[in-house]
Design a protein around this ligand. Structure first.
Ligand SMILES: Cc1cc2nc3c(=O)[nH]c(=O)nc-3n(C[C@H](O)[C@H](O)[C@H](O)COP(=O)(O)OP(=O)(O)OC[C@H]3O[C@@H](n4cnc5c(N)ncnc54)[C@H](O)[C@@H]3O)c2cc1C
Length: 385
């Protein structure tokens, strides 16, 4: 059981504490033995389980009104990540994939998709990145052209989580209203669209469903467009604005688990005739870990709280939360591996898995250096005003 004292802090309400307790109990019962042998099957099972347990309801409120509560999303991700990286992934993608519809979709789009994603009956994906345009989103070349009463999408997307197993893809494509970022639009593409092909499955150090996708003569109806033509960049950034904070929350969950494992190890491992935790140098590392975790929690829940108070954008706070929490978690987990000695790099050990899980979080949804640019821009512009 991790440290729960932060839940009594000012960012939370009683409903948050109740949910965190309920999910922690559910996760202990349901996520102790997630089988990673077939990640596609594991993700389908996790989405279905999270859906039937009701937790996916929080990923996309909005088909009947209501707003996304970022503190709830962050608490769920933190808790799931503490128990299972794959469960956190399955939850997060339901939110990120459904996010553009939840935030910008028409009533018909929301009614068509959100009940299914929230019930765990449709798996969602968010297809923004391309091989040549990860950080450089404005450089997207996948194009959608008008054709009769619809659009035809052609191009390629890379690094698409849930690629190959998703029922719903949000695809960002160039429609050319203006150069660069202002000429992009967001489309709903069903997973069984014959113009959508899985070109390659991508293996990564913490395996989860990931693919390169090609779109060839991929025909979608006009009502597949989310918002207006040319709104795609705004939709992508507003969605990431909500979910970026929750990447920090997932990192926080990984870091908390690393500290829990380290505390167990420090108490049980005997060295030089005493528990490992009696060594002052080890105590110093434990203090650093606890400090970084608390600092990350404050930044993550500050960003979530600001958004939940109704801020239109939360770019600076979300960038700070994501940057600090992911970088701090990497340091905390590295220390945990070190304190575990050889067992820390033994395949299948929880801290070995955390060491692999944390790495990609410093890259996706805006790499750490990109977050620094975002923070610096916000800070500089606040001085100029
Ligand atoms: C496991 C995983 C899952 C992913 N899932 C998805 C998904 O579901 N949907 C999706 O659309 N994409 C997804 N991505 C893609 C991800 O968002 C991109 O990898 C990310 O945006 C970085 O793009 P890139 O890989 O092209 O790296 P690049 O853009 O080439 O960047 C490489 C490095 O260059 C540096 N850099 C870049 N820009 C700047 C800057 N402005 N200033 C200073 N330094 C900079 C940073 O160090 C950065 O890490 C996923 C990626 C991974 C690894």
């Amino acid at each position: 059981m991790g440290d729960k004292s932060f839940l009594s802090g000012p960012f939370f309400e009683e409903r948050h504490r109740a949910l965190a307790g309920k999910l922690d109990g559910w996760a202990a019962q349901n996520l102790a033995h997630v089988d990673h042998a077939d990640v596609d099957a594991a993700c389908r099972t996790l989405v279905a389980k999270l859906g039937s347990a009701g937790f996916l309801e929080h990923t996309a409120p909005g088909h009947d009104g209501g707003a996304i509560d970022v503190r709830t999303l962050a608490l769920i991700r933190e808790t799931l990540a503490r128990h299972s990286g794959l469960a956190d992934f399955a939850f997060a993608m339901q939110g990120l994939g459904a996010g553009p519809i939840s935030l910008f979709g028409t009533l018909a789009q929301r009614q068509a998709w959100l009940p299914k994603t929230r019930a765990g009956k449709a798996i969602a994906a968010f297809a923004l990145s391309e091989a040549a345009s990860g950080s450089d989103v404005a450089n997207i070349t996948t194009a959608a052209r008008r054709d009769g009463d619809g659009y035809i999408i052609d191009g390629e997307k890379c690094w698409i989580s849930n690629g190959g197993i998703a029922d719903l893809y949000i695809v960002f494509a160039r429609t050319g209203e203006a150069p660069g970022a202002r000429g992009l639009s967001a489309f709903i593409v069903a997973g069984d669209n014959p113009g959508l092909l899985v070109a390659e499955r991508i293996e990564v150090i913490a395996p989860h469903p990931l693919a390169r996708l090609t779109f060839r003569d991929c025909r979608v109806p006009a009502d597949a467009l989310i918002g207006k033509a040319g709104d795609g960049f705004k939709i992508a950034m507003a969605t990431l604005d909500v979910f970026r904070t929750t990447v920090g929350a997932a990192a926080l969950g990984f870091a908390r688990r690393a500290l829990e494992e380290t505390l167990k190890r420090a108490a049980t491992r005997q060295l030089f005739g005493a528990p490992l935790g009696d060594l002052q140098m080890v105590q110093g590392h434990i203090a650093d870990m606890a400090l970084e975790i608390d600092a990350a929690a404050l930044l993550v829940y500050r960003a979530a709280w600001v958004k939940d108070q109704g801020a239109a954008r939360v770019t600076r706070e979300a960038a700070m939360a994501k940057l600090y929490a992911t970088e701090a978690a990497q340091r905390v987990i590295d220390t945990a591996v070190q304190i575990h000695g050889g067992d820390g790099v033994r395949s299948g050990h929880p801290v070995e898995a955390l060491y692999r899980e944390i790495r990609a979080l410093r890259i996706y949804e805006g790499a750490s250096d990109v977050q620094k640019v975002v923070i610096a821009r916000a800070v500089l512009s606040s001085v100029e005003q």
